[in-house]
Design a protein around this ligand. Structure first.
Ligand code: T3D
Length: 259
């Protein structure tokens, strides 16, 4: 496992910090492999009930490490995307726990789109998002052409992807690209509070909500209504649901266990 991701667990929250600050946390294959291994660790650790993906230093992630691309003259772009980026995005979307992207600085190229694949995206006020691909003649990947138009609408997505303009966190929030942003000075504290809150919630119910959202845009209303019934049956069979109702009737705060 490469040392380019720092993994810590505290109070039910696993934090994955992308750690190649000298190259703005850009991704090489070793880093992408490690990220997947650590997401799997967080997924299987029953003490972990929420995950945070963030970066060290001044960047969240500057996308693909361009020196790796240049160094490898035989590089097969499709294979890199299929073998490294796509599985990472699928892992995030299918991980049965909430994944928060805590965007601590610039998020460019695949770095921006990895963030957008997460369940809740928050950012430092000074952080920015750049669909940098067009500036080097590439197309957006890592789910960018899927998530961005769904988040901000076709026209904005199209312009951002073609122009590669920098979008700072307040503007990103205004256009619905991210959920919220926090002052730089209190960012870590706010992220801890948000993730800590998620880690106390009914984990299975959140996972089932995520699965429903994953399918939402591909379904008709009637199919999605039917799916809601099926997932509601699973949620209604959890211990946390029983605790939630008991706590409501007893007029006390629930103590969810993620079961
Ligand atoms: O198979 C495939 O490869 C396809 C997959 C593609 C996925 C992609 O993500 S393609 C898009 C790749 N990313 C980019 O094009 C972004 C490149 N970086 C930038 O445009 C800028 O660095 C930023 C706008 C992100 C930040 O600018 P700034 O001025 O704050 O920092 P900087 O001075 O440009 O960068 C600081 C250092 O990080 C610098 O190194 P140095 O000069 O101090 O030795 C720079 O070269 C390095 N760095 C930044 N981004 C990358 C990088 N090194 C390698 N790869 C990078 N992506």
């Amino acid at each position: 496992m490469s040392e380019s991701v720092i993994y810590t667990v505290e109070k039910g929250v696993a934090t994955l910090q992308i750690h190649r600050p000298e190259v703005l946390n850009s991704c090489n294959r070793a880093l992408l492999t490690t990220l997947r291994e650590l997401l799997a660790r967080g997924a299987s650790d029953t003490s972990v009930r929420a995950l945070v993906l963030t970066g060290t230093g001044k960047a969240f992630c500057a996308g693909q490490d361009l020196t790796e691309v240049i160094a490898d003259k035989e590089m097969d772009f499709n294979k890199t995307v299929q073998d490294y980026y796509n599985p990472l995005i699928q892992d995030i979307r299918h991980l049965e726990k909430p994944v928060v992207a805590a965007v601590n600085g610039v998020a460019a190229g695949a770095g921006a789109n990895i963030a957008l694949a997460c369940d809740i995206v928050v950012a430092k006020a000074s952080a920015c998002f750049i669909q940098a691909f067009s500036k080097i003649g590439l197309v957006p990947d890592s789910g960018g052409t899927y998530f961005l138009p769904r988040l901000v609408g076709w026209q904005r997505a199209s312009a951002l992807m073609m122009l590669g303009d920098k979008v700072f966190a307040p503007q990103a929030k205004d256009m619905g690209m991210i959920y919220d942003y926090f002052p730089d000075t209190s960012f870590e504290e706010e992220v801890r509070a948000l993730a800590g809150r998620l880690a106390q919630m009914p984990t299975k119910g959140l996972a089932y909500t995520k699965m429903l959202l994953n399918q939402s845009f591909a379904h008709t209303l009637s199919v999605q209504l039917a799916q809601e019934g099926l997932w509601q049956a699973k949620a209604g069979a959890t211990e946390d649901y029983r605790e939630g109702v008991r706590a409501f009737l007893e007029k006390r705060s629930p103590k969810f266990k993620g079961q």
